[in-house]
Design a protein around this ligand. Structure first.
Ligand code: FMN
Length: 379
């Protein structure tokens, strides 16, 4: 059977109709300013990329203590929420649904972001990897701090912040939310034995390590229906000093548990291209998740058009998310559809603070159109 062009076929995601199976992956771009508020430049950026079947925003802080990346946006005040409304409108003008990724940075943050308070985490386990730039470090990386372990009685408060963020996101028109459970941030820190050393209701067993994510899902389910909530996981990743010996059992359990919620999707950062593998064992494969998860699976990390067609064609994924290709190819779907070449992104401007390397990547103009423009004397 030919697997050609399944990637570009429409897809029914719950009650949403996607124009293709190409998803724009969540990407922090640091253009929200010191005030951490969405703006016109960001609306332009997202609108340029609204040819995707589904847009997932950059990670957005659900709470003050979730802040942990320079000039990334939040949604923990009404002002911050309102600032997202034009972004949502810009994407909706193209009839493309847009989900907001909720991102609590957990132990990866630093007291410089948090009015001098230590970052919070399930346990006081320090990130052993490289440091992080902070608002006070003038672009330099400062060493990681040992986070403060949340008291048991504090956890419901953090869960409630996700509920509030989901309400605000819904209030300004987002079609849904993605809970960032990947890449070593707060949710992932609760899930993994490497960073969760608790012996209360939130740690000590595979099931208890899932408890925090479970409560976050259930709190946001009082805002959005289940088919408007997605969860992102990175079972194989070593980014942010992650990787646990029991990763396979943990993530299979989580996927199985998530299956019962009838969510919009399970988003799996499965490859090694971005961030690398932790090498705690044979990396998990999409098919292992397919065996235990019956809903929509989005695959991500290192895919190109061909491998995406393959993953969808052989039934391992329903949708494929592209991150870096969307940075430099705002019209990625059109390029796939027409076989046009892809532009390479410039890493130097991934996280800089202005339009350069952000909204100045052009859409592809085919040769014959250039010739026609020339002939008609069009400017
Ligand atoms: C500039 C940049 C910012 C990113 N920010 C986020 C983020 O906010 N949330 C997230 O879950 N992943 C983030 N990622 C990871 C991407 O979503 C994706 O998993 C990774 O780039 C691999 O996909 P790709 O090979 O299509 O680029 C980021 C990646 C890049 C390159």
């Amino acid at each position: 059977m030919s697997t050609e062009n399944k990637l570009l076929s429409t897809y029914r995601l719950g009650d949403l109709q996607l124009s293709s199976r190409v998803v724009m992956a969540p990407m922090t771009r640091g253009r929200a300013g010191q005030e951490m508020t969405a703006n016109e430049l960001m609306a332009t950026y997202y609108e340029q990329r609204a040819g995707a079947g589904l847009v997932i925003t950059e990670g957005t802080f659900p709470s003050r203590m979730g802040v942990g990346w320079l000039h990334a946006p939040g949604i923990y005040t009404d002002e911050m929420a309102e600032a997202w409304r034009p972004v949502v409108h810009a994407v909706h003008r193209h009839e493309t649904p847009v989900f907001m990724q909720l991102w609590h940075t957990g132990r990866t943050s630093h007291s410089d972001f948090l009015d001098g308070k230590l970052p919070i985490a399930p346990s006081a386990v320090r990130h052993q990897g490289s440091g992080t730039p902070t608002p006070k470090s003038d672009g330099k990386e400062v060493p990681r701090q040992t986070p403060r372990a949340l008291e048991t009685h504090e956890v419901p408060g953090v869960v409630h912040e996700y509920h509030q963020a989901a309400e605000r996101a819904k209030g300004v028109g987002f079609d849904g939310i993605e809970i960032h459970g990947a890449n070593g941030y707060l949710v992932d820190e609760f899930l993994q034995s490497r960073t969760n050393k608790r012996d209360d209701a939130y740690g000590g067993s595979i099931k208890k390590r899932f408890q925090f994510l479970k409560e976050v899902i259930e709190a946001t389910l009082t805002v959005f229906p289940s088919n408007r909530i997605g969860v992102r996981l990175s079972p194989n990743g070593k980014f942010n000093d992650m990787g646990s010996e029991d990763f396979r059992e943990q993530f299979l359990y989580v996927a199985e548990a998530l299956d019962s919620y009838d969510l919009a999707y399970l988003h799996l950062v499965i490859g090694a291209d971005f961030g690398g593998f932790h090498e705690m064992g044979e990396p998990m494969r999409l098919s292992e998740f397919r065996n235990v998860y019956s809903g929509t699976i989005i695959a991500n990390n290192g895919f190109d058009q061909e491998s995406a067609e393959q993953a969808i064609g052989n039934g391992e994924a329903d949708l494929v998310a592209f991150a870096r290709p969307f940075i430099s190819n705002p019209d990625l779907v059109n390029r796939f559809a027409n076989g046009w070449p892809l532009a390479e992104p410039n890493q130097e401007t991934f996280y800089t603070f202005d339009a350069e390397g952000y909204t100045d990547y052009p859409a592809f103009i085919p040769q014959q159109e250039l010739v026609q423009r020339d002939a008609s004397g069009a400017k």
